[in-house]
Design a protein around this ligand. Structure first.
Ligand code: T4K
Length: 371
């Protein structure tokens, strides 16, 4: 019996490497409020992610709240989003006094379907909040075209695509604004953390004020800001973890190949498709299980893996429209039945990190191939 294997495992620096950073924080007594570690990490991320504006946050959800706030969308207006995402995506719309409107996913990519977005647009639509889900990038060309034609804003929830590029263009520079999560379960983590990126350094001031109560100086508060600041311990961990990201990503790329080898000949299992010109973030490895062809369901596999000590996750089932605050909301779709209602019962994320061993892979192989 191998040790339990979870869907995610945080990347952590060596504890002894963190101690000098802690000593520095204790010496300076600067714990938060745009301190030296925070500034260093922000600069490092600006350059790593190739975004002219990269602003740190204490978590991805607060960063999403601020990303919507900075666009000054009309109160009560509609923001089109996907139901196949973490609850934070839809909640950030509602917390801003806006109305989430749900659009179906594309059956191939599972990202928001531009055809469904077109169907969801009304005179009240002010923005699209699209999600690069599992690390698969959205159809950025079609979504930008829809946004331009309708005079609406385009925001990307980029929680799953740290370091991704499309034809060499950094993912954080698409649309009006992108938001990353640096939660413990993400490829790059700061324990908790988040980031807003945009394609223009001009946005920095606005984001800065919104992140820090709107405070300009001791006597002026110029915006309705929040406390979105990352503290120095988080930033110090970030500086160390940034050195580990490329290695972890390479290990996961190898693991992706291992999973593909195990699963690509299994009838009824769909493995993630490579997207041409896209450098994969290696955040999640999701599969889609057709219960008829495979003759076992996603839930059967989830249970069988669990019995073997392997804790996969049914991200993102239940979908947002199954949650009580959004229950009964229509899912606009290009199809008679929204595809997301089918795929939500079929999608499964397998453990995807450097803690997955040969023994784990053998067990997973046995479960899928019933050897
Ligand atoms: N948008 C999207 C598309 C997102 O996926 C997320 C977050 C957000 C926005 C919001 O960003 P943040 O505000 O969170 O920065 C987890 C994460 O808590 C959440 O950040 C993430 N998405 C979501 C997809 O996954 P849970 O409820 O699945 O977490 P939990 O605690 O069950 O963790 C999963 C597994 O990871 C555990 O079984 C063991 C392992 N783990 C977890 C933690 C917290 C560790 O080994 N160490 C840890 O410290 O939500």
């Amino acid at each position: 019996m191998t040790s339990p294997l979870f869907v995610a495992k945080p990347v952590l620096p060596k504890l002894e490497d963190f101690i000098p950073y802690l000593e520095e924080i204790w010496r300076s007594e600067v714990l938060t409020n745009n301190g030296p570690f925070h500034q260093k990490l922000e600069q490092a991320l600006e350059s790593y992610l190739g975004a002219p504006c990269a602003m740190l946050f204490n978590n991805g959800t607060i960063a999403l709240l601020v990303a919507l706030k900075m666009l000054d969308l009309p109160p009560g207006s509609e923001v089109i989003t996907t139901p196949l995402t973490f609850a934070a995506t839809a909640h950030s719309i509602t917390w801003n006094g806006l109305k989430p409107v749900f659009a179906d996913v594309d059956p191939e990519t599972l990202t928001i379907d531009p055809k469904a977005v077109e169907k969801a647009i009304t005179a009240k639509t002010s923005a699209i909040l699209a999600v690069h889900v599992y690390g698969t990038v959205c159809d950025t060309v079609k979504l930008q075209d829809i946004a331009n034609r309708n005079g609406i804003r385009l925001i990307y929830d980029a929680a799953h695509v740290f370091g991704t590029t499309i034809s060499g263009v950094p993912i954080g520079t698409f649309g009006d604004v992108s938001v990353f999560s640096f939660h413990a379960t993400k490829l790059f983590n700061t324990f908790e953390g988040g980031l807003i990126t945009t394609q223009s350094a001009i946005d920095k001031d606005r984001v800065y004020f919104l992140r820090n109560f709107g405070i300009k100086n001791e006597e002026e508060v110029v915006d309705i800001g929040i406390n979105g600041k990352m503290n120095e311990m988080q930033a110090a961990i970030g500086l160390l973890n940034l050195q580990l990201v490329n290695r972890e990503r390479a290990i996961r790329a190898e693991l992706r190949r291992d999973y593909n080898n195990i699963l690509h000949n299994v009838a009824g299992i769909r493995t993630p498709k490579e997207q041409s010109g896209v450098s994969n973030s290696e955040q999640y490895y999701h599969i889609v299980i057709d219960p008829v062809v495979f003759s076992r369901s996603r839930d059967d596999i989830y249970k069988e893996l669990k019995q073997a000590g392997i804790f996969s996750r049914k991200y993102f089932h239940p979908i947002c429209t199954d949650f009580s605050p959004y229950k009964g909301n229509v899912i606009h779709s290009a199809y008679e039945e929204p595809y997301v209602e089918t795929v939500k019962t079929r999608v499964l994320c397998l453990p995807f990190h450097s803690g997955v061993t040969e023994d784990h892979l053998k067990l997973i192989d046995q479960v899928f191939n019933r050897r």
